[in-house]
Design a protein around this ligand. Structure first.
Ligand SMILES: [Zn+2]
Length: 506
């Protein structure tokens, strides 16, 4: 059982607090008032309610831990007994709360956002009861908006997508419904997807790629010039213990107790949430289920879970541009190979490295190696802080884990590719050398269209800890010496970084 801070509606606390985001807050308040009106409140009362909601959310933002601090897992680990939790915030009746959400009996829990929970007591005490009621009504309205009539769904889009991110056109209703169905009936749709699009051959090739990457990373760790032998042995042990999941789960979810009817979309979603909640509650007090899947088979993504020391690649990732059974090795190593390396390196990024081979928060680093890692990570932070898109510098601290994973993943994939017969043969295809094809494939994965406003949001205050795609492609390559060699890049070129400035961690 874990308790996290929550309750904000805007994507980041800074949007409530920073001077330069006042315009967004004004638009947000208008939006809240409009939504209250659309659900039957008269105009002047709706404005008052909106003011009270914004004031309360601003208080919550003030006591929320900034994203950068949340990246350190030690800041999110505070085991407490139920009695200690209750004592830290006497104004809130936790027994009643846990009963209401259907939690079984338990003795202790991780109060991850410990300071927030304690400060919440003060916020509750200092807030008028009517304001708390307005706020709770608001959360029901805003969380349900996309399930209700077109006017509410549109107004919700208008603020959260158009005004915040610059999106001009609302996604058609059928697509929105489809993606929600895929979220809630994830395994049912996943099963259909896998039957149609995932072959045993793809799984086999993927498994052998993962083992090649694991071997290459092991070699890299052995050859690191900055790490002691003792810490290296522990890192390699952790690497060997990484559990690999590919394609789809062995056991599919049984939805027989979840009732779907043609009468009401809203009620179907509500029951789906109740079904999921019951499933989560049933996990409390049980041993960790290592067979559980944290991504659906139809998701184009990969994941490393530090608390399980596990990497997971859903079936949907195994298609172009990431994976192509007809393409040559350079293409696959530059794309899916890098993606596999990326997820493995997450076990050794700035936060992942604090977990041991079993997934426990347990420091296995010597003080000296820890200092050397931090020193190297700082260089990568600096390189990203200096990189601007649309006039906005990337936040190198916030995106550090992902940037470490990108750069490390690229290096590991490169090494693994060098072990293939194709790389050794060095044959050109379409006039491109193997090295050139490898890097072109890496860059191809990151092609995308993004609106300037969405880019600005992502860089400044989005929950997303990833650098924008353009930075992921260009900045990671800037620290790869092989990239300069492959394309004969001279000093002074746009992507050029002097050798001693380049980052090198894994
Ligand atoms: Zn990542």
């Amino acid at each position: 059982m874990v308790l996290f801070q929550d309750g904000l509606s805007l994507p980041d606390r800074s949007l409530y607090l920073a001077e330069e985001t006042k315009e967004i807050r004004d638009l947000y308040m208008e939006h809240i008032a409009k939504m209250f009106q659309l659900t039957g409140t008269d105009a002047s009362l709706a404005t008052q309610k909106a003011q009270r909601v914004l004031a309360l959310e601003t208080e919550l933002a003030t006591i929320s831990m900034p994203m950068e601090e949340m990246l350190d897992p030690n800041n999110l680990y505070h085991m407490k007994s139920r009695g200690e939790l209750q004592a830290s915030i006497p104004v809130f009746n936790w027994d009643k709360y846990f009963d209401a959400i259907g939690a079984p009996a338990f003795d202790s829990l991780n109060v991850a956002s410990s300071d927030f929970i304690t400060a919440m007591g003060g916020v509750i005490q200092g807030t008028d009861l009517n304001a708390i009621k307005d706020y709770l009504k608001w959360k029901v309205i805003t969380n349900s908006a996309q399930l209700l009539s077109d006017d509410l769904a549109f107004e919700d889009f208008n603020f959260f997508r158009k005004q915040l991110y610059g999106v001009e056109t609302q996604t058609p209703r059928w697509r929105r419904v489809l993606s929600r169905t895929s979220n809630y009936l994830d395994d049912a749709i996943g099963q259909l997807y896998v039957e149609k699009y995932f072959s045993a051959e793809a799984k086999e090739r993927m498994l052998s790629l993962v083992e090649n990457l694991r071997m290459a990373l092991g070699e890299r760790i052995k050859n690191l010039d900055w790490m002691s032998d003792d810490t290296k042995a522990k890192a390699i042990h952790k690497l060997e213990c990484i559990n690999v999941k590919i394609g789809y789960p062995d056991k599919w979810t049984d939805y027989s107790s979840y009732e779907v009817t043609p009468e009401s979309y809203f009620q179907n979603v509500r029951r789906a949430i109740q079904f999921e909640n019951a499933r989560d509650m049933a996990l409390i007090g049980k041993p960790v289920d290592r067979d559980e899947w944290s991504l659906t088979p139809q998701t184009v993504n990969g994941r490393y879970t530090p608390a399980k020391n596990e990497i997971l690649f859903p079936a949907a990732l195994l298609q172009p541009p990431f994976f192509n059974t007809d393409a040559d090795d350079a293409i696959n190593y530059g794309a899916i190979g890098q993606a596999i390396g990326h997820e493995m390196i997450h076990g050794f990024d700035n936060s992942g490295r604090m977990f041991d081979e079993k997934g426990n928060l347990n420091n296995w680093w010597s003080e000296d190696d820890d200092a050397k890692f931090t020193e190297r990570a700082k260089q990568l932070v600096k390189l990203f802080n200096e990189f601007e898109l649309c006039g906005n510098p990337i936040n190198g601290e916030r995106t550090l884990d992902e940037n470490i994973a990108d750069l490390g993943g690229l290096n590991v994939a490169w090494d693994a590719y060098q072990m293939t017969d194709e790389a050794k043969a060095g044959k050109c295809i379409d006039g491109f050398t193997p090295a050139q094809r490898f890097f072109i494939s890496y860059a191809t994965v990151w092609r995308c269209n993004i609106l300037d406003k969405a880019l600005e949001r992502q860089i400044k205050d989005d929950e997303d800890m990833h650098s924008p795609h353009e930075a992921r492609a260009n900045r990671a390559l800037g620290s790869m010496t092989h990239f300069y060699e492959a394309f004969d890049i001279p000093e002074g070129s746009k992507m050029y970084i002097a050798p001693k400035e380049r980052a090198a961690i894994w």
